[in-house]
Write a protein that binds this ligand. Structure first.
Ligand code: GBH
Length: 448
């Protein structure tokens, strides 16, 4: 059955950051540093989902979704990242999973959505190879408790964004600005994915996937320089994370001054730049049951304007934009899905669109929230997904980001992505017009 769902992430909705033995994550540290998040907002309370999860499950029942993608906070389960298990953390996710199953909603947990336990960051975070093995141990602990009820698992969310924004540019936790020296964060996350996939299967997990955020890359012009820059960007954003998982190889990073292994020339060899060792790619490329893809918009790339990076983001123009300023290009989803199939062919497993959605300036009025912009966004993106299916791409699920307005990382509570409005002063939830639209769409799709 096609999965129609919504998606959230632990730090963005749970709150209760000091409750029931939860340890701190890099996001707890980051949000309390001055100047990191707009207006100093934090996820300390967020949607208070930790206490209101029953209400949120009821909202999903009302919506009629048959799946829910949420993330598990590593530091609730292992407050120090490794070592002592906190059973109360597991209890919370067990209650949630049982509540979802009772409501007929398939739980699809993601084990890592950017909230590394601070204790592990203190030991070097994802720059350290050891964290990959510790992630697999954490995966085993969670699966031991839940694999009898959870069929489908996602290891990581958007390892590209975590590497680039968390360790490369410093706009997300842990706030490091290493630029290309952040490359081992890619490899260690991918290795963590592979090791966790093994651990999950050993504990009885039936389906394992990874979620990569992918973007169609549009060259700003047909000039040789712009085309080369677009290829370089596509390599870093898309192929660096999809190729190892699906093909068992890393793409050529020579645009980034990295030499292919064994090639003569300047700069580090690929293996050294990533921290790649013999056998790693076999672990990373073990067959998956699905590829999770998050789609927001295409990216338009031009030749570099300085010598820091081999490309410039030229910005997509000529399309409407969301409140975030992100271009709305529904057909980009079709382009992305058919492009994946062209690139990977038979190596592409079934695809699940594990996030898609938009922020809007939704205003709560006495009549509710009339977010017609989001209604149109969802309608047009789902239509693009259907076109990709008609063109033969095996797409098996679609998850709206997000069920609730929530803590939008560096933007705090300023960007609202929810089908359900949240009053962050009181925690009150109010379904928006898009909630009603999606409910009717799912009902019709499941009847057909
Ligand atoms: C996801 O990341 C996250 O998984 C989720 O936690 C988050 O809340 C959600 O999206 C919304 O942000 O500069 O116009 O080219 C999304 C990663 C990176 C996608 C920035 C859009 C740039 C738009 N995003 N990207 S633009």
């Amino acid at each position: 059955m096609f999965l129609w769902g919504t998606a959230t992430a632990a730090y963005q909705i749970e709150g209760a950051v000091a409750e029931d033995g939860r340890g701190a994550s890099v996001w707890d540290t980051f949000v309390h540093q001055p100047g990191r998040v707009r207006d100093g907002h934090t996820g300390d309370v967020a949607c208070d989902h930790y206490h209101r999860w029953r209400e949120d499950v009821a909202l999903m029942s009302g919506l009629g979704v048959n799946a829910y993608r949420f993330s598990i906070a590593w530091s609730r389960v292992l407050p120090e990242g490794s070592g002592a298990v906190n059973p109360k953390g597991l209890d919370f996710y067990e209650r949630l999973v049982d509540g979802l199953l009772e409501a007929g909603v398939t739980p699809v947990p993601t084990l890592f959505h950017w909230d590394l336990p601070q204790a592990l960051e203190d030991r070097g975070g994802w720059l350290e190879r050891d964290v990959s093995g510790l992630f697999a141990e954490y995966a085993a602990v969670v699966a031991e408790r839940l694999a009898d009820r959870v069929r489908t698992w996602i290891t990581l969310n958007e390892p590209f964004i975590h590497m680039a924004w968390g360790y490369g540019l410093g706009v997300h936790a842990p706030g490091r600005t290493l630029l290309l020296d952040a490359l081992p964060v890619a490899h260690h996350q991918l290795l963590a994915h592979g090791l966790a996939a093994q651990a999950l299967r050993a504990a009885g997990a039936r389906e394992v996937m990874i979620t990569n955020n992918c973007t169609p890359v549009w060259p700003a012009s047909a000039s040789e320089e712009d085309l080369a820059a677009a290829t370089a960007y596509d390599t870093l954003h898309n192929r660096l994370f999809n190729d190892p998982v699906l093909l068992g190889t890393y793409p050529d990073l020579s645009a980034y001054g990295v030499r292919p292994d064994g090639a003569a020339g300047e700069g580090p060899e690929l293996s050294a730049a990533l921290g790649l060792r013999d056998g790693d790619l076999d672990v990373i490329s073990a067959p998956l049951d699905g590829l999770g893809v998050n789609y927001y918009n295409p990216t338009r790339i031009a030749a570099p304007s300085d010598d820091m990076l081999p490309f410039t983001d030229a910005g997509v123009t000529g399309y409407p934009v969301t409140a975030f300023g992100w271009p709305v290009v529904p057909d980009g989803l079709r382009e992305l899905l058919t492009g994946l199939r062209e690139r990977y062919g038979r190596a592409l497993p079934p695809v699940y669109v594990t996030e898609n959605g938009c922020s809007q300036d939704d205003e709560l009025t006495p009549d509710g929230v009339d977010d017609q912009g989001r209604v149109a966004y969802l309608r047009d993106h789902i239509a693009a997904l259907e076109r990709a299916r008609e063109e033969g791409v095996d797409v098996r699920g679609y998850f709206v980001w997000s069920l609730l307005d929530n803590f939008e990382w560096a933007e705090g509570y300023h960007q609202r992505f929810g089908l359900v409005h949240v009053d962050f002063a009181t925690g009150e939830r109010t379904p928006k017009a898009s909630y009603g639209w999606y409910r009717d769409h799912i009902a019709a799709a499941l009847r057909a």
